[in-house]
Design a protein around this ligand. Structure first.
Ligand code: PLP
Length: 422
């Protein structure tokens, strides 16, 4: 329905005739009522997600609507602090001028520029893989892979806490779907052993974003070898900053190059704009270009966004300095908070969930932190299990030590006042 006809509906009675056709306002009223009551239920349960409106660029220090004071941001996936990097912004502006706003096309019609091919090559080089295919997002990369490559003869084994986009991607495929208990290798092995599928694909997040914990990748790779299975890893919370040189979970767990398929995002550490990709064997990437629906039926990445990825890849191929900085900032935060008496979940990762247990306490804690100029978010059920509410702090390479210390001090002050620590 066009905006024009919609506006007529609002002004009119139950039935309006536009261009000889009749539209029912009753159906829309019914939709509003159904959704409205569900929204009320979400609010009542305390799980309504309100969005804070940022009026500055994404950074460690931001301003938000309703206040002109700077607040310290500890909840972005801006792990390398590159989201407002001036060199990257300049390169993006340059390619915007040179290549235009967009291609008005999918890749295989007329949406492939030389810069798309350059970015794919650089990402493959970064990961030490044969080739890469770009998507509009990692959600799309995850939605597009399983259905393209797996048939009813095949089986996929998925960690029960995998990201929603992996779950949705697997739902779309016709392979046998098996879920194994979170990071439970015994349970995974039982299922692999019992399977007589043609292709067996193990799918896991490299880093699980709610807990900041890590997939036991070396042992997963071992099991994959034993049972002739493939390994797929989603590296959205690892690429560029996890592992000694930021190559991700396989570097962290000393199995560089042994994972078969890596999906990741350009929307977090790698400049924070948008875009996702699959990197792996040449035949796989070629096949995805023929068969993967989000690639075939969705617009190409715009040049200004490709430019961000290109510049970030150049930076990361030259130096691991930012990677080291986010790692040392992470250690500083984790050590001081643990010493102060807080329980920090996860392992050595810049996702530092400060465990509080109670949902209301987590929400009150986050509010108190904001009054001290620190922006953190409380997570509670159903995003995390009942009774496991927390504040998820995310550390960036761009945080200064003084900023990290300010956050720690605020945590200690609020923690004492709310009797979380002594
Ligand atoms: N996979 C994981 C583990 C994620 O955390 C996210 C984003 O939240 C995605 C995939 C989706 O990435 P994108 O934002 O590029 O669609």
């Amino acid at each position: 329905m066009s905006i024009f006809s919609k506006s007529l509906l609002f002004r009119g009675g139950l039935y309006i005739s536009v261009g000889g056709r009749h539209y029912s306002a009753a159906a829309q009223a019914q939709l509003r009522e159904i959704l409205g009551s569900q929204l009320a239920g979400i609010k009542e349960a305390g799980t309504f997600k309100a969005e804070r409106i940022i009026t500055s660029s994404q950074s460690t220090q931001i301003t938000v609507q309703g206040s002109d004071k700077k607040i310290l941001n500890f909840c972005a996936n801006n792990y390398l602090g590159l989201a407002n990097n001036p060199e990257i912004v300049e390169h993006s502006q340059k390619l915007l001028e040179q290549y235009g706003a967009g291609l008005s096309s999918v890749r295989f019609i007329c949406g492939t520029q030389d810069i798309h091919k350059q970015l794919e090559k650089k990402i493959a080089q970064f990961h030490g893989r044969e080739d890469t295919i770009l998507y509009a997002s990692c959600f799309d990369a995850n939605a597009g892979i399983f259905e393209a490559i797996l048939t009813p003869e095949d089986a996929v084994f998925s960690d029960e806490l995998n990201h929603a986009s992996i779950i949705d991607g697997i739902r779309l495929c016709k392979a046998k779907k098996q879920r194994y208990k979170h990071r439970d290798l015994g349970n995974l092995e039982e299922q692999l052993k019992a399977s007589d599928a043609r292709l067996k694909l193990i799918a896991t997040d490299g880093v699980f974003s709610m807990d900041g914990n890590i997939a036991p990748l070396a042992r997963i790779v071992e099991l994959a070898k034993k049972y002739n299975a493939l390994v797929f890893v989603d590296e959205c919370h690892a690429t560029g900053f996890f592992g000694a040189t930021g190559r991700g979970t396989e570097e962290y767990d000393n199995v560089m190059g042994e994972v078969d398929i890596i999906n990741s995002t350009l929307g977090k550490a790698l400049g924070g704009a948008s875009g996702g990709y699959t990197t792996g064997p040449a035949e796989l990437i070629s096949f995805l270009r023929q068969k993967s629906r989000p690639y075939l039926f969705s617009n190409t990445l715009p040049p200004a966004v490709v430019a961000v990825g290109l510049k970030v890849m150049d930076m990361l191929l030259q130096s691991s300095e930012l990677t080291q900085r986010v790692q040392s900032n992470t250690q500083r935060f984790r050590q001081a908070m643990t010493k102060a008496g807080f329980t920090i979940a996860g392992e050595n990762h810049p996702i530092c969930p400060v465990m509080l247990g109670d949902a209301r306490l987590a929400s009150k804690f986050a509010d108190e932190m904001l009054t001290r100029g620190i922006y953190v978010i409380g997570f509670s059920y159903p995003v995390v299990p009942q009774g496991k509410a927390r504040i998820r702090v995310q550390i960036s390479a761009a945080h200064t030590e003084a900023e990290i210390d300010r956050a720690i001090n605020a945590f200690i002050e609020v923690g004492r006042s709310l009797k979380v620590i002594q």
